[in-house]
Structures are given as structure tokens and as C-alpha cells.
Ligand binder design. Sequence first.
Ligand code: ADP
Ligand code: MG
Length: 695
Amino acid sequence: MPDVKREKRITVSSPITVIAGVGEKRAELFGNLGVYTVGDLLRYFPRAYQNRGDITSLCEAAMSGEVSSMILTVGCEPKSVTVKRRMNLTKFTAFDESGKCEVVFFNQPYVKQLFHQGEVYRFYGKVGRSKNMWSLSSPDFESMATSRALPDFYAIYPLTAGLSQKIIRNTVALALASVDIEYEPIPEYIRKENSLISFAQAVQIIHSPQNLKHLGEARRYFVFEELFNFALKIAKNAQKRVGVPGIPLSLSDSDKRSFLKALPFTLTEAQSRVIKEIYSDMASGNAMNRLVSGDVGSGKTVCAAAALYLAAKNGHQSAFMAPTEILALQHYRDLSELFDNLGLKCTLLVGNMTRAARTKALADISSGETDIVIGTHALISDNVKFSDLVLAVTDEQHRFGVGQRELLAAKGKDMHVLVMSATPIPRTLAMSIYGDLDHSAVDMLPPGRQKVSTFLVDEGYRERLKGFMHKQALEGHQVYVVCPSIEGSASDIEDGETSTSGLVDFFGNKLEAPSSRLKNATEYAEKLSAEFSDIEIGCLHGRMPPAEKDAVMSDFVSGKIKILVSTTVIEVGVNVPTATLMVIENAERFGLSQLHQLRGRVGRGKDKSWCIFVSDNPGEQSKKRLDSLCATTDGYRIAEADLAIRGPGDFFSSSGRDLRQHGALEFRMADLCDDIELLYKAFDAAKKLFEKEGL
Ligand code: ADP
Ligand code: MG
């Protein structure tokens, strides 16, 4: 049959049907894998490799019982026999200096023709025992009688029904042999600077590596490519923003003074600096797009308030969106008091309001009667019409999806946008990840904050710990207990709330099978209630309806509930100054930065506060991490330590949900734990590319 298919030039964009052996039907199967073009196929990377280059002796292979690669000589001519009906066996012996075995193939009668006494093959399979002999059944085999060296590695692909390893391997090999790769996504000077091989080389190697060193180079290429694309996207976003007009807003010195005078405290240096940065953005005539990060309790709210004030004093409206009603209420209480004194009108808008209050709020918002609107995501619903919104502030931004933030920003024209995050982000990382947002850090705590004494204990302290909790509660203080799971099995670890499950991988702590040793919140609360019949115990977790959650939280804020057992859903921002003890069970399960945030919920009042990590024999790594937390209270230093000890995995898996959401940090090849150096290099390269092209 003439090979018509080969006549045309095959490129990465040719449909996969140009490859010999791929007809309509097979193409459809490849389609199930998302593979439509030759390029797609080349980018269908193996998930693992068989290492056939590590040759073991027959004897070793038999002892280990593992799939092994052996070089054996065929000892006799194969014999084919039919046993039972339709079962064909082809058998022969093969040997090396360590011993002899029987090689058996089932229902592959054609192999009889392939093997002859004295020939040498590389076999790949598992050596078992049959009667008194070692046996190797249906192994993979390759003749050693070729002029070229056999490859050491074989790719293992993720499969789909109807496509075997062999089919995919062969199709990829044919594609590699016939494709004309003129495609190179990374500019040459960037490849040179970063010592990267070419796309053509990388793709060849990733499918059939000669050795591990080559494979490393190919992987490095694709990781870089992925991170480089990510960096370009961020750089583009940053660029889109430059020159987006924003209404210029400014403040007279006397107005500034009135604001400072109305505050119940003096600003910290960090707060003053951040407010200055915000004001300079908002005066520039370009739209502000700024992230304010700062440790829990560092006083970010007043920075937001300064921005709201600026907008209001210029006669415009602004909105402040918080992730929960309770937080919105708290902000409303604090801010309406402040703004009342300044002669500005605040309005609250949350889901849970009387119809009359809601109608009034909506009317005040649309008429321009109100200056500052504080609320939950109720703010972004369709029936909320602002008369003149110029500033949108989002608190605890990681609790919102990107879409929700954008919806709020779409409520006005030429909007200034400010987002607040309690994740202290190390500067080095922030520069990269948040390249398209300007970043201000409230990197010091207000004066007079007391240090939370932090200890790591094990189960041996259980009774004493209980006594301590009880004592705190009876003395009129309140206690938080955080557990990693809700009820039932450990698979209940609340996904989407903390992704605790991800941490286990990053820590390299052996993945414990779901174990009942994990403390779960509901059971824990029940037990405590039974033991401490004299005090009120509450329970809070992510599966509760929002209204119920809010009710429990309010009871805790008001002091009715003394001990609150919860998963990590407790609000970062909620202020309970009478809470003095934070107990974190299975502390090894949480990320450093996350533990630090949890700890930040106590020590907010005048009373001495404690944080106790309970962990029964944490691994060495975990112990080191928890110890570092006991010694430090500076969130930025902890974040840096997190980076140093474990790489950024911790951010990306737990406290860094906001980071992940921000730039869709889901990588196929890159692992930010291992590839952080490449991430920086990729950002560097993206920056250079933009500069070079005069963008
Ligand atoms: P967060 O950064 O966690 O949002 P908040 O803005 O809620 O922190 O502030 C935490 C507490 O610190 C609040 O009770 C606030 O009134 C207080 N606070 C903020 N700034 C100062 C300051 N400069 N001096 C004293 N107390 C402050
Ligand atoms: Mg806050």
C-alpha cells in the first residue's frame, strides 16, 4: 500500500491522523486523552518510566521478587503446547551465570519463531517460581543482537480504554520520527541564558530518555516553559493595568489630621507607610490595584478605612466587602463609629437583614445618600446599584473567588481596587506571584501586643491540658480548639477550607492511612461537653449552614460559649479579646503559616495568652517546624522559615490558597517545592523579554 500520508510535511499542528496507523477510530480514542494534533501527542508526557537499564542477575531478580531487567541467553529451542482448550503455551529455558529459568509465553504462539538457542535477549519481567524452577512469564524482551545500544528507559503513559502502552509508545515514536519540528516556544537567548536545551531535543528525550541526566534536562525545559508562560501572563496583566485611568482623589492636610484625630490609637510606622502608598496610588490618575498583606492583628483595617475616607471626602462612594456576616458586622460597628465622628454615612448590607432594613439600605446606596457601604458578598448581587462607586476593598481576599472580586469592581467605573490578605508573603515570592498587583506590607504589630506563649506537647499532657482549658474557661476567658477533621474518617479533612490533605505530601511525612487518631471536631466537642458539664461548649465546622455557623460564632464572641471546638473555619479576622487559649490538635497536619494565623486569634486582649500545639510524635521535620513556631511570632519571619525549611509548598498548599487562586497556580510539570529557583529565573526572563521588546 503506497504511503500517501508521508508525502505531506508533518508539523506539530498536523492532525494526529497523519501518523501511520492512526485512523479515524484511533484518533477518536486519542481525542479522549485531549490529543488531536501531532503537537498534542508530543506533549502527552509519560507519567513514569520503566528503568530497563539497571541489569540484575536472574538470582537477584528471583530473590527480590520485583520486576527486573536481565540479560539472558536462550538455552533451547522453544516448544509450543496447547493445554486445555484455546490455551497455548510457548516455553524455553534461558540462563545467565547466576542460574537458569523457564520462560513462558501464554497465547503468543508466534514467539516460537523469534527465539533460538544461543541468542541473547534483554528480558524485563518478574521472576517467580514454578515447581522447582525459576520462571519468567510473558516478559518484555529485546534482542541484544542489534548494532545500537538498547534504551534504558521506557515511557509509561496514562492510558485510556482502547489505547495500550504499546500503541501510545509506537505512535509517539512514529510521530517523533516523522515530524518536522520548527517550533520553539522559548526565545533562543533566554534558552542560552538559562542553559536550556531546545524544544525538539526536550520532546525527544521526555519520551525516550537515554539516561537520568538527559531526562532531568528535558524536565527542566518543560518546567521552565510552564513557569515562563505563567510569568508572561502575570507580566501581561501588570501591563494591562498600567495606564488604566482611575479618578484622581486627594485630601487636604486638615482632613488628614481630622482622620488621625478620630482614630482611637496612633498609627504604627507600617500603617502610615501603607496608607501613604494607597493615597499615592489613588491620587495618580491611574486605577489603584493594590494588595495589602499583614499579619493577623497588624491593623490592616485602618488602612482600608483611610482609603474609604479618601473616597468619601472626595464625594464618591466606596465599598468594603468581608467574607462573612460576622466579620462585616464587626467592621460596620468599628467603622461606623469612626465615620460618624467624621460626618460620613456608613451603611451595612448583609444577607440576613429585615426586609425594611434592606430596602432602606438599597435606597441609600442607589441615591448616593450613603458614602461607605460595608457588607458581605450581598454587595455584588444584581439589585445593588451604587450611585457613584470608585473604590472596592475586599477583606480576607482569599475567601473570595477572583470572579467575586471582579464583580464588585464592575459595580463602578474606573475603579480603585484594594485587597487585604492576612497571609504574610515573603517579599521574594510576592514579587513573583503578585507581579500584577502592587504590594504593601503592614509588617509590624501595634505596640503593647503581648506575645502568645507557645508550646508543643504530646498526648502525655492530655490531662493537664484539659485542666488548663477548664481553668481558663472558669476564669472568664475563652478557649479555641482546632481539629483537623470533622467527623467520621480522616478523609473528612475539610477540603477547600485548608487543604490539610495536601500538606501531608509536601511534608514528606509518610502518608498515614486515614486514621482514627485524627482528632475530629464533633466528637471532641461531645466528649468535652460530657466532661465539663459546668461550661458551654460549641462546635463549628465547614459543613454547617452559614446561618448556624454565624450563630455559634456570635455566641462565642458574646462569651456564652466558653470553649469553641472547630475545624479551621473560624474567622481569621474576628476579634475575641477575651480568648486566651488556642489548642491545636494534630498540629503536624497544618502548615506553618496557617498555624501562625490560628495562633493570631488569641492574645488580642489584655490577658496573657497561650497557644498549645498537640502532636503525638511528629516526624523530625514537623518537630523542627513546630519548634521554630514556638520560638518566633513574626509572621514574615515564619513565612521565610517556611520557605527555607520546606520550600513554598506550604504556601501553595495551605495558607496560600489565595496565591493559588490568584494566578491559577496549577502546574502540570512544575513543583514549586523543588522548582522555586526556576520560578525566579522564569520571572527574570519574562521581564527581560518585555523590556527587550519595548513593551
Ligand atoms: P488585621 O490586620 O488582622 O485586620 P485589625 O485591623 O483587625 O487587624 O486590628 C486588630 C486590632 O488592633 C484592632 O482591635 C485594632 O483596633 C487594633 N489596632 C490597629 N492598629 C492599631 C494601632 N496602631 N495601635 C493600637 N491598636 C491598633
Ligand atoms: Mg482583618
